[in-house]
Design a protein around this ligand. Structure first.
Ligand SMILES: *Cc1c(COP(=O)(O)O)cnc(C)c1O
Length: 466
């Protein structure tokens, strides 16, 4: 299995290279040269596998000969052993043909654990083999930071620096980062906003000369293909429960950076019987504008009650465009970079092709709260605000179809109390393993919003750890 860049100027790479870099050197994103197909018979033989066993079968199709089967099996088993629910990703029924797939039973209570717990272990495996150290640098406005730190805090060959906007993340989110034990993880509170953090990270990646000899930076946001790969598994895990009745299922996905739903798109390409993929957005609705009007343009970013979906431009959408444009890398680049000047559109046929797979719905804060309340009153089940946008979108997009719709429950409601309280409900307690979060000791460093300050912090810290 080889990976190519959506910008077309990077030679094909192995899985190991893709994992260890993240972004392609030409500025593009890595995608599989061709998506592995799984025939129906093989798929049916997976029906009764446990989550980790299924993950092994799917992931090995993407890691190719980068990693031996027995090693991969161990890594995958260890990864999903840290989840608190024996099913790992339990499916919960709400109404008729309406389900939620609970993806919040990992250490940090959001679906990002599925990929980042695996990524940390894969990194350590490859780096130990190479006897090489790397530094992870990332910016977070919420869930990615803690999930990445939890995933990598045991990694012997990884030092980690996570930037977040000082005083601008929720207390639970901040404490999930700043209370993590691990001498290799560093929470850096930058005196600026999330965009400032991201700009610093991007600049540091494009000029890595400040790192000590032999070090390189690794990106762990969802541009790293290994994260997408891990997320394909739960689409299979859920849809396999319905294959007996020959029913194609639809998925409704609370969407920000388009990583999670792109994994669903790959599952469909692999042969999983998926009917529709529903893109749920909040008021930051660039993807909904594209799907409903064929207009892809920038608008002001607004803070919402579902902060992990507050994204102006979804970086993984580029991966889908590469496919939609039949791997024409020049068109991808023109479309993506042209966004800064003009409204972008695709041809009528391309738009039809996109609409044959995806549906979309924009759900504002008020409707999000209404949905949380309605579902609680109907089914005594509490949704987090991100998941609520997905449930609402599923209801809006059902149309005449009577197929099962599975809504991805991307976070635990205890993480996002503001929306729950606005819905007039009581915030549930944090699960046992985080029950004392508010009493734990915090560790973080406040830095000015400057590239140089971040660079020197990393230099000093890497020297100290040598
Ligand atoms: C990251 C996140 C999302 C958005 O996922 P993308 O892969 O960026 O589309 C949705 N909900 C929650 C809770 C998240 O943490």
């Amino acid at each position: 299995m080889k990976y190519i860049s959506t910008r077309g100027r990077t030679p094909a790479q192995s899985f190991e290279e893709v994992l260890l870099t993240g972004l392609a050197p030409d500025g593009g994103l890595f995608v599989p040269e061709s998506v592995p197909k799984v025939d129906r018979e093989t798929m049916l033989s997976w029906k009764n596998l446990g989550y980790a066993e299924l993950a092994f079968e799917i992931i090995r199709l993407y890691t190719g000969d980068s990693i031996a089967d027995e090693d991969l099996r161990t890594i995958v088993d260890e990864t999903y052993a840290v989840f608190s629910d024996p099913e790992i990703a339990p499916l919960h029924q709400l109404g008729e043909q309406e389900y939620v797939l609970e993806l919040f039973h990992g250490p940090t209570l959001a679906f990002k654990d599925f990929a980042l717990q695996l990524l940390g272990r894969l990194l350590d495996y490859f780096l130990a083999r190479r006897q090489k150290h790397v530094a992870i640098l990332g910016a977070t406005s919420g869930d990615t930071g803690s999930a990445a730190m939890e995933g990598c805090r045991h990694c012997e060959f990884v030092d980690m620096y996570i930037l977040y906007p000082h005083n601008r993340v929720s207390e639970v989110q901040r404490r999930q980062m700043t209370t993590i034990k691990g001498s290799n993880v560093n929470s850096l509170a930058v005196e600026g906003n999330f965009d400032d953090c991201q700009t610093i990270v991007k600049k540091a990646f494009s000029d890595q000369g400040f790192l000590p000899e032999g070090y390189q930076l690794v990106a762990v946001n969802s541009i790293n293909f290994s994260r997408i790969m891990a997320q394909i598994v739960y689409y299979y895990f859920a849809a396999l429960k319905f294959v007996d009745n020959n029913e194609a299922v639809s998925f409704s996905v609370p969407t920000g950076n388009f990583g999670d739903i792109y994994a669903g798109y790959l599952a469909k390409q692999m042969g999983l019987p998926i009917d529709r993929l529903i893109i749920a957005t909040n008021k930051n609705d660039i993807l909904h504008r594209f799907m409903s009007r064929n207009q892809y343009n920038l608008e002001q970013l607004e803070a919402s009650l579902s902060p992990s979906m507050d994204i102006m431009v979804s970086s993984n959408f580029e991966r889908y465009l590469f496919d939609l444009f039949d791997q024409d890398a020049q068109r991808v680049e023109a479309f993506v970079t042209g966004l800064n000047q003009d409204v972008q559109q695709v041809s009528e046929q391309e738009w039809e092709r996109a609409k044959a797979v995806f549906d979309s719905c924009r759900v504002d804060d008020e409707t999000t709260c209404e949905t949380i309340r309605d579902v609680y009153n109907q089914y005594n089940y509490l949704l987090d605000p991100h998941t609520a946008t997905g449930v609402k979108a599923a209801r809006e997009c059902r149309g005449g179809s009577n197929n099962p719709i599975i809504c991805l429950a991307t976070a635990h409601p205890a993480k996002f109390s503001e929306a729950i309280e606005k819905a007039g409900l009581a915030t549930p307690a944090l699960p046992d393993h985080l029950a004392d979060l508010m009493q734990r000791e915090e560790h973080f460093t406040v830095l000015p919003s400057s590239l140089d300050a971040v660079k020197s912090f990393i230099q000093d810290s890497l020297k100290a750890s040598d």
